[in-house]
Design a protein around this ligand. Structure first.
Ligand code: PMV
Length: 324
């Protein structure tokens, strides 16, 4: 019998953290927003008689996914096996291609988006539907296996594709404590300009640095985390009311606290200062810090000016988005 070879595709967005990064690792709330314009995509094709082939042509990488997990394998290979096993499908006969328009290691959630696109495409290819929570849980499992203890905010926002309020859970507690995930309705659209320092700063290094400083002086760092959590709570309120000017001040306050945590950098602060001087409501680093990206909250009138100011201040890349 002749079978038609099918290809199925799916995608997932990038993300930014509006407020609460780092403190979210220590149980305080944070707010993340999807970046719907920049996406990662996955294609799953039937490949009868072949194994399980996974390719990332943009990175020049490809792997045959082994039947058993290996400590040195790529998280996406682990995730492919884990997802197919969960869906009750054989670990063979598929060719999977992943591509991303999201800058890698730039605080825009490229790894989590690739994972969510992969899980979605595999499920769709097998004719199964997974909830955002189920997608987020699979991606979290692969990130945890390879990166220690991420809070889970990245995999959650790219799977839900909506603004989210997030408080981490504890998967190692007995019984495991689930994360608190609430989707947020915005009272007014948020217009953001995102500036990339072009400096690669792996999140695990800045997270590790904060952990080392917290261990030396827990009282000081707990107080900073609590103050950041209070920013997230106040921001949630302002988002619901659409009070964007006040929200801008909160972002500035969050940046001060991130500087006190020691995760800012001169390159980030140059872009943040340029955005504020060009008339942004407020600006802060976003994500792990140490490099990576910053975001500025702007009006439509000032948007072009803020973009130009960021480019003039040395941004490697400037993105614009409106979150609704
Ligand atoms: O993945 P990034 O660089 O956007 O940062 C994640 C946010 C942190 O709070 C710094 C880490 C985490 O696991 O939540």
């Amino acid at each position: 019998m002749q079978h038609t070879l099918r290809t199925t595709s799916a995608s997932a967005p990038g993300k930014v953290i509006l407020c609460g990064e780092h403190a979210v690792v220590y149980g305080r709330p944070a707010i993340a927003l999807p970046l719907l314009e920049v996406r990662a995509s996955a294609w799953v094709e039937d490949a009868p008689g072949a194994g399980l082939h996974l390719a990332l042509p943009d990175l020049g990488e490809q792997w045959e996914v082994a039947p058993e997990a290996r400590a040195d394998e790529h998280p996406l290979a682990f995730l492919t096996r884990r997802t197919l096993t969960m869906l009750g499908a054989p670990l063979a006969g598929l060719r999977i291609t992943l591509r991303s328009a999201i800058p890698i290691a730039g605080g825009m959630g490229s790894g989590a988006a690739l994972g969510a696109a992969l899980v979605r495409a595999l499920a769709a290819h097998l004719g199964q539907a997974l909830t955002p929570a189920a997608i987020a849980a699979l991606v979290y499992e692969s990130e945890r296996f390879f990166h220690g203890t991420p809070s889970g905010i990245d995999n959650t926002v790219v799977s839900y594709e909506q603004p989210i309020w997030f408080v981490r859970g504890d998967p190692d507690a007995a019984p495991p404590r689930p994360a608190t995930i609430e989707t947020l309705a915005l009272g007014a659209p948020l217009r953001l300009v995102i500036g990339d320092t072009g400096v690669r700063a792996p999140t695990h290094l800045t997270v590790g640095g904060v952990r080392a400083r917290w261990q030396r002086d827990p009282a000081r760092y707990e107080a900073l985390f609590t103050a950041i959590g209070a920013v997230s709570s106040a921001a949630r309120d302002l988002l619901a009311r659409g009070a964007v000017a006040q929200l801008g001040h909160l972002l500035d306050r969050n940046q001060e606290l991130l500087e006190a945590l020691g995760v800012s950098s001169p390159a980030l602060e140059r872009l943040i200062a340029a955005a504020r001087a060009a008339g942004a409501y407020g600006a802060k680093l976003s994500g792990g810090g140490g490099g990576g990206i910053m975001l500025a909250l702007v009006t439509e009138e000032r948007q072009a000016q803020v973009c130009a100011a960021l480019a003039a201040a040395g941004a490697a890349r400037v993105l614009q988005t409106v979150v609704t």
